[in-house]
Design a protein around this ligand. Structure first.
Ligand code: WT7
Length: 634
């Protein structure tokens, strides 16, 4: 299907999907425009009103203290709060102690159920352990765990103690874990003996041990023993279970009060340089933003079971498995493992078994399911579902329509556009608004987003431009850890507005149609990778002297990585060399960064100053016009 933005009067655009009248009653936002207009007339009043409902140790002096020179946005300045008070204490005091907060299903299908009361209890015990270790507000803690209750509880316990968690996706290699720890300098690491995927044991502790050798800031490591409860640990390693046992009757741990400047977490993401950036989020703004988007976009009710297929190791899991849903008192389903193991019906089976009502998935996962076939969703009773979501990369209309069809043909799909930096949904439908397949529709209330040219002027309908945000929003990142310069760059690319790095078109109705990244970031199956990061992994192979990486369109994964490499003069060109180079990247960075294709070449296009022109490589690869090559060296 063509991009609907290309043809002004296309069928989809003038005949959007209207909400099913039977569903309208359960969807509470049918009057988007009124709410939106009101929200941006006075954003401080809008967000302030939402914040009134939270528990604060001290209320704010100002809803927003914005410094247009440094681009520093201090939301709820003067306030004291802790996000976990609003996730746990408040709900428990309101009688939700026995409500299920978390259903965790492991790779082998075994299940563990945590009520709000139990999460509070284990969080408190862990907080006491942290205090006993002498950890202080602001200290960093690296969490390298598979998606399990311990991962979620570790995050919450850090937040409650005023410690700053940096969760590292458990699929990352020792090299990736090490560089993240070198940057954030944690005093504590929390890991496990192993993770499981497709029935296979993954030796997480070996990876963690290798990574932590060089980390001088690290004092202790807490280890969850999943496989062998008697596993012997090395010095400095403490079993998780012994800490829970030790503090079984230590009682309540009062949440540490945090200001608008106190970091809640650092999450590393790829940018245009070789070094991942530590995106910093703080307590009060992140709390208000993730709370409201979860509530409105997913229309969360008391009896919802919310299934988000992400891993808490990514921002989607931070905002929409852990913080947003628990702030709303919802029940979340957390699944370890893979969508096609033990069979391709896994996720549909989970929807049926746990009567999931809201299902938040990704375009790559949906396309994979399309390939595996309709017979899988058809085998299961999916009638509990009332709302769907998509995130991470543009969703093609075919996948959108298929997702809707196999789930009963009438459910609204929330195509949510946002980023690690934004913390919360930015451009997204709300249930009840007319939908166009493949469009993330319009900005969330309180968010002033636009598509502009280099000068920051709105472009005409149907024209591609840069996605920007003109005003601060509550859960925006506060800085790049240790690199305020890099933070300011986001606001200096087009002076005074937030530059997302994405391009889009708006159609004649003002709906956004996302296109993709305009910088050196590649999205592989929704995962964000920097070309420079992959290139530096490539050149660390003994046979490689230079490398350039591009993203190549792929029907399943959206994009895959193709690498062009120049070999060292003395490199021996064995038949398996390409494979070995690919494996090397996997070891350096992790499986998600492994190039699909390696092309050995003797020449790379460069500017006269020596910068590799990836744009030219990509154009040649795809048979497109090369554009301006006047700066090409010869
Ligand atoms: C990049 C951010 C936000 C959670 C997961 C990814 C792309 C994200 C969409 C969407 C088109 C999307 C953008 C963005 N992206 N959602 N609904 N439609 N593109 O977070 O790793 O920080 O990646 O993901 O390119 O810039 P992230």
């Amino acid at each position: 299907m063509d991009n609907p933005a290309d043809s002004p009067k296309s069928l989809t655009e003038s005949n959007p999907f209207l909400p099913d009248p039977d569903l309208l009653e359960t969807l509470h936002v049918s009057d988007y425009q009124t709410i939106y207009d009101e929200s941006i007339r006075d954003p401080e009043q809008f967000w302030g009103k939402i914040a009134e409902d939270f528990r604060w140790s001290r209320k704010w002096d100002r809803v927003l203290d914005w410094n247009p020179k440094t681009y520093e946005a201090r939301w709820f300045s003067g306030s004291l709060s802790n996000i976990t008070t609003n996730m746990l204490d408040r709900h428990i005091d309101e009688g939700l102690s026995n409500k299920v907060a978390l259903i965790a299903v492991a790779d082998d299908g075994s299940e563990r159920v945590y009520t709000y009361g139990r999460i509070m209890d284990e969080t408190n015990r862990l907080c006491h352990s942290f205090a006993e270790m002498g950890l202080k507000k602001g200290d960093r803690v690296t969490i390298f765990l598979p998606p399990t209750p311990e991962q979620v509880i570790s995050m919450i316990a850090c937040a409650r103690s005023g410690l700053v968690h940096t969760v590292v996706f458990s699929g990352f290699s020792a090299g990736a874990l090490k560089s993240r720890m070198e940057d954030s300098e944690p005093r504590l690491l929390i890991t496990a003996d192993c993770a499981y995927r497709r029935g296979k044991r993954i030796a997480l502790l070996d990876t963690a041990r290798e990574a932590k050798k060089a980390i001088t800031s690290l004092e202790k490591t807490i280890v969850i023993r999943r496989e062998n409860p008697d596993l012997e640990l090395e010095t400095g390693e403490i079993p998780f279970d012994s800490l829970l046992k030790k503090h079984a009757s230590s009682g309540f741990f009062k949440a540490v009060d945090c200001t608008t400047d106190d970091p809640l977490f650092i999450l590393y993401t790829s940018g245009t340089t070789g070094k991942p950036k530590g995106i910093v989020h703080t307590h009060p703004g992140y709390m208000v933003g993730t709370f409201l988007t979860t509530r409105w976009v997913f229309n969360i009710h008391n009896d919802d079971v919310f299934f988000c297929v992400a891993d808490p190791g990514w921002i989607t899991g931070h905002s929409y498995i852990v913080y947003g849903p628990l702030l709303n008192g919802a029940t979340v389903l957390l699944a370890e493992g893979s969508p096609d193991y033990p069979d391709p019906g896994r996720w549909w089976h989970l929807v049926e078994k746990y009567r999931v009502t809201v299902f938040y998935s990704t375009p790559t996962a949906i396309r994979l399911q399309m390939r595996l076939g309709k017979q899988w969703p058809e085998k299961y009773d999916l009638s509990s579902l009332r709302l769907l979501g998509s995130v991470g990369e543009p969703i093609n209309p075919e996948a959108w329509l298929w997702f809707r069809e196999v789930t009963g043909g009438r459910l609204p799909i929330m195509d949510t556009w946002w980023q690690t930096e934004t913390g919360m949904h930015m451009i997204t439908p709300l249930p009840g608004v007319p939908l166009v397949p493949g469009s993330a529709t319009r900005p969330f209330p309180g968010v002033v987003a636009d598509v502009v040219n280099r000068q920051g002027e709105s472009v005409a309908p149907g024209e591609a431009g840069f996605v920007i945000v003109r005003q601060p929003w509550p859960s925006m990142f506060r800085t790049v850890y240790g690199d305020p310069e890099r933070y300011r760059k986001y606001w200096e690319e087009i002076p005074g507005v937030y530059f997302s790095g994405d391009s889009a078109k708006r159609d004649h109705h003002g709906l956004f149609h996302m296109i993709g990244r305009v910088d050196d970031v590649i999205k592989v199956a929704g995962h964000r990778l920097g070309t420079a990061e992959v290139e530096s992994a490539l050149v660390s192979h003994p046979c490689v002297s230079e490398a350039a990486v591009i993203g190549k369109p792929d029907e399943l994964k959206g994009e895959v990585i193709k690498a062009f490499v120049i070999l060292r003069k003395d490199a021996e060109r064995t038949p398996d060399l390409e494979l070995r180079i690919r494996q090397h990247v996997r070891e350096e960075l992790g499986a998600i960064a492994m190039p699909d294709e390696i092309e050995i070449t003797e020449w790379l296009p460069r500017t006269r100053s020596g910068k590799i022109m990836r744009r030219v490589l990509k154009a040649r690869e795809l048979g497109l016009p090369e554009g301006d090559t006047s700066t090409l060296e010869d």
